[in-house]
Design a protein around this ligand. Structure first.
Ligand code: PHE
Length: 335
């Protein structure tokens, strides 16, 4: 029995040498001091020892238990101290340089567009992305049966509330609260039920333009679009208008810029045509004036749309619209 006590003591000393992690420390506690550990076992054996030896052995065992408990406590403390030191900051290490944030390329292009129109005398307006059916469609002379209202295109929240499919509802909101003359643009996000691919995204960005006054003509519209094209892409860019249809303009047109890559000669990007489609425009429809209480006899006006994403793709030769929305720093860091 005395030998056994010696044995436990030397095993314990050996075990203490090899504490590598918290688990090993805990294993030692269980092995020696646990409820069924070596010391507890030795106490069980004590019951079977001859009566005359019991006091001495008991004393020895109690002594052993106290020593081991004490040493274990010290070892545990030392271990925790060591761990704490290891976690402490090493102030001599070189720091990590934080990356600078920057404006998203779409914000940069939107700002550039805003500056150009401001220089042409336009003010910046804003409207909600969650719109009522009335502002998004009805007031813009888009009847209930118009294909643009099809579930395919519009993201409905309720029967009467939609995610705006274009920035044109801002025209209505501005005219409702202001009398002519009006000369505004409204940049912002719009939504459509589209499956994403290189040229489609369920949300994208438009700039709405609206000018209302006395004797505003289609020639004024052409002049402003032309001036914008020159300021944005250079003085050699040409603009063309093709007849088209929008319920809220009459006459309506779609307009193109000569290709900004081949400067109109025809290349892969413009599919050899020399032209790139930009958006729609036209003279404000009398029904729209009626909806906002303007005198359609007295006032005329023009409106135009413009895709910010599209302009940005042209400016930076980006072939996939999804790159704007994936937040890949390898892409964003280039702007
Ligand atoms: N709102 C139209 C669209 O989203 C563009 C447009 C704006 C057309 C203003 C004419 C006048 O396609």
């Amino acid at each position: 029995m005395l030998e056994k006590i010696e044995q436990i003591k030397s095993d314990f000393d050996k075990a203490l040498q090899s504490i590598g992690d918290a688990k090993q420390l805990e294993d030692i506690r269980i092995r020696f001091l646990g409820r069924k550990g070596l010391i507890a076992q030795a106490f069980t054996l004590l019951a079977e020892a001859p009566a005359d030896l019991k006091p001495k052995l008991g004393q020895g065992l109690n002594q052993l238990k106290k020593e081991i408990e004490e040493q274990y406590r010290k070892a545990e403390e030392a271990f925790k101290e060591k761990e704490k030191k290891a976690r402490r900051l090493d102030l001599t290490l070189p720091g990590r340089k934080p990356q600078n944030g920057r404006e998203h390329p779409l914000i940069q292009v939107a700002n550039e567009i805003k500056e150009i129109f401001k220089s042409l005398g336009f003010v910046i307006e804003d409207g909600p992305e969650i719109e009522t059916d009335y502002y998004n469609f009805e007031a813009l002379n888009i009847p209930k049966t118009h294909p643009a209202r099809d579930m395919q295109d519009t993201l409905y929240i309720t029967e009467d509330i939609v995610l705006r499919t274009h920035t044109s509802p801002v025209q209505i909101r501005v005219m409702e609260r202001q009398k002519p003359p009006i000369r505004m643009i409204a940049p912002g996000r719009v939504y459509r039920r589209d499956t994403p691919d290189a040229s489609h995204s369920p949300f994208f960005h438009q700039v709405e333009g609206l000018v209302v006054g006395e004797d505003i003509s289609f020639a004024d519209l052409k002049g402003v679009i032309q001036a914008f094209a020159h300021k944005m892409f250079g003085r050699d860019i040409r603009v063309r208008f093709r007849p088209s249809f929008f319920p809220f303009t009459e006459p309506s047109a779609e307009y193109d810029f000569s290709c900004v890559f081949c400067r109109g000669k025809g290349c892969r990007v413009c599919k050899g045509t020399g032209w790139m489609e930009i958006s729609g425009a036209g003279m404000v429809h009398p029904n729209v004036f009626k909806a906002v209480g303007y005198n359609a006899e007295k006032y005329t006006g023009y409106a135009f749309g413009m895709g910010i994403d599209r302009i940005a793709m042209l400016k930076y030769a980006i072939s996939d619209i999804r790159l704007f929305f994936e937040n890949d720093l390898r892409f964003l860091n280039q702007f």
